[in-house]
Ligand binder design. Structure first.
Ligand SMILES: C[S@@+](CC[C@H](N)C(=O)[O-])C[C@H]1O[C@@H](n2cnc3c(N)ncnc32)[C@H](O)[C@@H]1O
Length: 372
């Protein structure tokens, strides 16, 4: 079959979207893998035609997709409101980050989308109409209504490749906007966290482990579907009893002490003089009184968020950013601990919800939980 120049172009662009950079041999192999035999010269000439342009040539003959930046750097055009020490913005965070001044965010605490389309207009309409779709609508259980969860187990190989591309681009935009030493804490799950961590590493963040949020969820532990009795002693997946939060850091500018002096970042704020910030935090499912204030399907609890938001700025100075703000629970936690914050949310319903929910969540007396 004859390959059109469009096939070569699409394969190069798709491949580079999943890599920070690649050599010409790697690009050629990826194109051949995808569309079969092609001449090396067609790959080389497409690259030559697009440098400079959509592609950058780096040292040592490596190529990468250029981050698209708009001509101006102002981001004041986006609709935004002030709520306490929070600025909440109605926008797509990729657009907003492209316009954000470099070195102007000191910590990130966020709970991103994982299915990539669970927050699309189509899937949100299904969720709002109680039809499920990618959302698993669990039956009432023990007399309680359970919150819907997205079905991460139905993601295909292509979905995973797109997820990696999504976080690679997100990471590269975020890297530019964060100061050296900025902590980036990302809510994750045991099935997909490794993809996010590796894409964010490739985008330039250092991997600094994870925080364990100890919480029992409804996921896992079940016996095989339609064969419960035959395999009554089997759980298909371990019953999930914790939620991983990926911990990353923008590379330091000098030693930790230099970074702390210059950028106010480079470590975690201690819980107290004799208690360092720890990476296992006892938690609970989001309490009903918080769900009543902010009916977002992925609402995280204040008691947990307040601890990690507080810990994320070592000196308590700077701006905490949540690019996937939802109903604003991270920003409410930042308001509660007295930090300045910025949140971006693309869905108009959730933006309006956050406007109302942030002050109420920030004021709330969080449900007590025994610290470890
Ligand atoms: C997992 S939820 C976060 C919910 C949040 N933890 C809370 O407690 O309300 C992810 C949010 O990101 C939003 N979102 C998805 N893609 C986005 C994008 N490109 N820019 C901004 N927001 C986005 C979705 O609409 C959704 O509200």
């Amino acid at each position: 079959m004859r390959k059109s120049p469009g096939d070569v172009r699409d394969s190069i662009l798709d491949y580079l979207a999943t890599m920070d950079s690649a050599s010409i041999t790697e690009i050629y192999d990826a194109v051949e893998n995808r569309i079969g035999d092609v001449s090396p010269s067609s790959v080389r000439s497409w690259l030559n035609l697009n440098v400079p342009g959509r592609i950058e040539r780096l040292d040592r003959g490596r190529y990468r997709l250029k981050l698209e930046m708009p001509p101006k750097t102002s981001n004041s055009d986006f609709e935004n409101i002030a709520i306490g020490k929070t600025r909440m913005i109605a926008a797509d965070c990729f657009d907003w980050l492209r316009r954000r001044e470099p070195n102007s965010i000191h910590a990130v605490v966020t709970d991103p989308p994982y299915g990539l389309n669970e927050y699309s207009v189509k899937e949100q309409a299904k969720l709002r109409n109680g039809r499920g779709g990618i959302w698993r609508l669990p039956p009432a259980f023990d007399g309680h209504r359970r919150a819907p969860l997205p079905r991460f187990t139905i993601l295909t190989h292509e979905d995973r490749v797109s997820l990696r591309a999504f976080f690679l681009e997100f990471g590269r935009l975020l890297r530019r906007a964060t100061v050296p030493g900025a902590n980036v804490l990302i809510a994750s799950n045991p099935l997909l966290g490794h993809i996010v961590a590796s894409a964010m590493n490739e985008a330039g963040f250092e991997n600094r482990g994870s925080i364990v949020r100890l919480v029992m969820t409804m996921r896992g532990g079940d016996r095989p579907k339609n064969a419960h009795e035959e395999f009554s002693g089997v759980s298909v997946m371990p019953r999930s009893m914790w939620e991983p939060w990926i911990v990353l850091r923008a590379p330091l500018d000098g030693r930790v002490q230099d970074n702390l002096r210059r950028w106010k970042t480079g470590g975690f704020r201690r819980v107290s003089d004799d208690k360092p910030f720890g990476d296992v935090i006892r938690s609970h499912p989001t309490p009903p009184k918080e769900r009543k204030i902010a009916a977002h399907p992925s609402l995280k609890p204040q008691s947990f968020l307040r601890q990690i938001v507080r810990g994320a700025l070592p000196l308590g100075e700077g701006i905490v950013f949540d690019p996937f703000a939802g109903s604003g629970s991270t920003l409410a936690a930042a308001n509660h601990v007295g930090y300045a914050s910025i949140g971006v949310e693309r869905d108009r319903n959730y933006f309006e919800l956050a406007r109302k929910a942030i002050p109420q969540l920030a004021r709330l007396v969080a449900e007590p939980i025994d610290p470890l």
